[in-house]
Design a protein around this ligand. Sequence first.
Ligand code: CTP
Length: 416
Amino acid sequence: MARILLGVTGGVAAYKALEFARLAIKAGDTLRVIQTANSQRFVGTDSFAAITGAPVLTSEFERDPLRGSFPGQPLPEHDPASHLELVRRADIFVIAPASANTIAKLAAGIADNLLTSAALAATCPVVVAPAMNNNMWANAATNANVETLKRRGLTIVEPTTGDLATRNEYGMGRLAEPADLLAAVRARMPGGQRPWDGLKVLVTAGGTREPIDAVRYVGNRSSGRMGIALAGAAAALGADVTLIAANIGLPVPPSVHRIDVETAADLADACKSEFPSCDVLLMAAAVADFRPSAPAAGKLKKSDRPELIVPMSRTDDVLTGLAAARQPGQTVVGFAAETGADALANARGKLERKHLDAVILNDIGRPGIGFDSEDNAVTILTATGDTEVPIASKAEVAKAILQAVSGLRSSVRSRA
Ligand code: CTP
């Protein structure tokens, strides 16, 4: 397998780099590790040395007992500068976690420690997996630095959204999960491919809002979290992802193309223009079934009325229209938010009535899952049967859904 040079910078997520190293070695890769001084405050060199079976380097002035070779390689006869020899021999250089500070140094070409010197000298592919506080990730300086690295051909494995290291902090900035990072590293290797490379995925998420007047609306409780998780998971598989976001106040992975919409009609318009070119539609948005028939242009005053009755009209069922217009090769997945004993039967009804390839049933009556929560549990319904996905983070549930979609697509291909 591959010779991976792993650079670890300072951050709580350094412990996940240990797991990455463990997974890579289990898969047959050989690793050498460079740690910055700050990273050793979080994980000691002994841990990486034990996992990789090789000494860890921390300074450009320290001699490498392995003279820049990887485990299993013969030692060179001479004593080369360790960082130059390590990057020369590595198939890939992975910097995980990459702190905002190291990313800024990489963007500026600063080489003030062993890790940044090695990065500057690297001619192999370089993969950078950032991890930091959500505000640091959102900062314009970090944004610009990340864009610079992308333009130069470095691969950024984007952080995910979730609980951050600091107590009670939530947002985008968590280091990618070790298994996902390893998949991204594999994909970046010469000849490497991700399973959804070249696939166009359209995700709808959030909840539509239908105006009653200039300030009020009829809405729903969907936060968009499940749709964002699906978009992120599809992008991690290599897909080109567009997210139609209905009133979502959460960050979206930067590699995902985001189109903001407000009403069911806006969402329908965006879907009509995006759907024809997509391979997979994941219709996770909670779309209003009714909208006020004649929204007031200004603000309705309460003074002259004892009650407010708002006549509502049916909206179009966007998904039914899209599924009816689909071309061969397009996979269409609907979602069903249901409560009660008939949940499964109702979801199966939607699968058949709307002519879908799959329906993801969300039993929103169950505590701890569904709207605005971090976790979910779903049942995936297809023509051939039901698959239960037990309670897990929305990121994990998203992966399970995409795995089912992959299965559906390959069974269609093998029938064709
Ligand atoms: N959907 C849609 N357009 C609508 C309503 C729903 O495209 N006007 C889509 C949703 O995005 C979801 C699927 O249809 O993927 C099922 O939505 P859901 O609200 O559960 O079902 P409905 O068909 O609206 O049926 P009901 O509300 O009666 O359960």
